[in-house]
Design a protein around this ligand. Structure first.
Ligand SMILES: [Zn+2]
Length: 316
């Protein structure tokens, strides 16, 4: 059972805790060239195509949970008593059920219900690992590290999703906390990697992912190593979860998670993200308010996605 101190429930307390308990380390996602990834502006909007969601939560339940997950990474939650970042992470509902993952400058959240496979299917017909709760694909410029698009796919085929804090009685062996899991995925969307390294990970072209360094320049420990310190295993960006209560704890960022958001997107005075342009919009949104599109695309090979996988770990 993982436990976490109460430092993250209230933003002011979170700030105090950050000061009194220095963070250990966070890990940034890098490209094949070793360049750390980040959005050009700290304003990210996800488009959530709910369609007919699984019945465990209603439409408002799914959307509200995703919006809360975005709020966890946003300025108001992360800042605490010290202003440190301008991040605004928004989630808006869109009517179209758009299922495809790819570089289209729309950050999509997709509930995969009929099958746990990419859309379109890869040529070999293979689907995703059924133990994966969710997969985030990040499209970025290999040279500059600029994130251009990120899509989150949620495995609603092999798992059911609920709200563990509101209705723990509804949780069976196969049920997971939606908000906690999405909070983890949104960390990937803003450019954070796991706090430990899974040997054998590859980029989408099959290139092995090198073992990353944390923000202090230390080699990130292997996830399979024993006795990982709590700062690693209790971070929202840890690689897996063992229990629904542990998943619910992911909703609250650890000091390391918050430090990552603040240092990747340090505060700039007088910068304000424009609000999303409204439900149903397919353009605008604060992600691109100051961002001309396409000018950094240097070639198709520079835009490979890194898929980051979040797994259930019930058997440990
Ligand atoms: Zn992950």
């Amino acid at each position: 059972m993982r436990t976490r101190t109460t430092l993250v429930t209230f933003s002011a307390l979170a700030g105090l805790a950050t000061l009194s308990a220095p963070a250990a380390a966070y890990v940034r996602t890098t490209t094949e060239l070793g360049v750390a990834t980040a959005w050009r502006t700290p304003c990210v909007t996800m488009e959530f195509s709910l369609g007919g969601p699984p019945r465990e939560l209603d439409v408002e339940g799914y959307l509200g949970a995703a919006q809360q997950a975005g709020t966890a990474w946003s300025q108001a939650s992360v800042d605490g008593i010290d202003r440190c970042t301008n991040v605004v992470f928004s989630v808006e509902s869109v009517p179209a059920v758009a299922g495809q993952v790819g570089l289209d400058y729309h950050n999509r959240m997709i509930l995969r219900q009929d099958r746990w496979c990419s859309d379109p299917l890869p040529k070999d017909g293979s689907c995703y690992d059924p133990s994966a709760l969710a997969i985030t694909s990040v499209f970025r410029n290999k040279t500059s590290g600029e994130i251009l698009d990120a899509d989150v796919e949620i495995n609603a085929h092999d798992f059911t999703w609920g709200d563990y804090l509101a209705h723990p009685e509804q949780f069976g062996a196969n049920t997971h906390d939606f908000q906690g899991t999405i909070t983890h995925e949104f960390g990937h969307v803003i450019g954070l990697d796991h706090t430990c390294f899974t040997a054998g990970a590859t980029f989408s072209d099959g290139t092995p992912v090198p073992r990353p360094l944390d923000n202090k320049g230390n080699s990130v420990p292997l996830c399979s190593a024993g006795n990982l310190p709590p700062a690693i295993t209790q971070a929202t960006m840890y690689v897996s979860v063992a229990t629904p209560s542990g998943e619910a704890e992911l909703r609250s960022l650890s000091p390391d998670d918050m430090q990552g958001a603040c240092e990747i997107y340090p505060i700039a005075n007088n910068f304000v993200c424009l609000p999303p342009s409204g439900s149903g919009s397919t353009s605008g949104g604060c992600s691109y308010a100051r961002q001309p599109r396409g000018d950094s695309i240097t070639g198709a090979l520079a835009l490979l996605a890194l898929a980051l996988v979040f797994r259930a770990r019930r058997s440990d």
